[in-house]
Design a binder for this molecule. Structure first.
Ligand SMILES: Cc1cc2nc3c(=O)[nH]c(=O)nc-3n(C[C@H](O)[C@H](O)[C@H](O)COP(=O)(O)O)c2cc1C
Length: 180
């Protein structure tokens, strides 16, 4: 059984990124894994670069939602990062979450994790997720983490009345969770 932490970097509690994440969670839960989902409710503050964490037993000086997330992150075997595509990149919420992980590093070494990327976007262009995927691959590899898969859900509806992810992507997210 894996301990899976799903971090959702969208402000829409019932939006596309949460929908996609919930399908992943359904699959992973059915497969017997322990899953916890955290919505980044507020924009996580950016890393100040003060490096106090490196002298202060990994404690970050910024008091925000990250303080609740650090212990959950420590316990997780698998970390799922979910984000809407904002201006061809990850949401600021998710990026700040990633930057703030600096606090848990020691001499630029990080605890080992397996990772998954879930994203939603309005665009159906094949290149829409290029920047985000490139960044995800670079940073997970640099930290020595193992990628377990991605679901890149383009063509999402985004009107005020309706939000929805194309069914095929919901199924992909479900199957990715189920096969873990
Ligand atoms: C500020 C902002 C920027 C966006 N930028 C892009 C973009 O660059 N490319 C794209 O295809 N969709 C873009 N979108 C659409 C969202 O990625 C899409 O609607 C997503 O599914 C929203 O997820 P949510 O329902 O979880 O908020 C943008 C939406 C917003 C609000």
């Amino acid at each position: 059984m894996r301990n899976i932490l799903v971090i959702v970097g969208s402000g829409n509690r019932h939006g596309n990124t949460n929908q996609l994440s919930d399908y992943f969670i359904k699959g992973a839960s059915e497969a017997g894994h322990h899953v916890m989902k955290i919505n980044l409710n507020y924009v996580i503050q950016g890393c100040k670069g003060c490096k106090a964490c490196q002298k202060n037993n990994h404690h970050c000086v910024i008091q925000d939602q990250m303080q609740d997330i650090y212990p959950l992150f420590e316990k997780a075997d698998t970390v799922v990062m979910a984000s809407p595509l904002y201006f061809w990149s990850l949401s600021a919420r998710l990026k700040s979450f990633i930057d703030r992980l600096y606090a848990i590093s020691t001499n630029d070494e990080y605890p080992y994790k397996e990772t998954i990327l879930l994203m939603t976007a309005g665009s159906q262009e094949f290149y829409a997720f290029e920047q985000s995927v490139s960044f995800y691959r670079f940073f997970t590899e640099a930290l020595g983490w193992k990628d377990l898969g991605m679901v890149l859900a383009g063509g999402c509806e985004e009107s005020d009345e309706s939000k929805s992810v194309i069914k095929d992507f919901m199924n992909q997210a479900y199957e990715l969770g189920k096969k873990l």
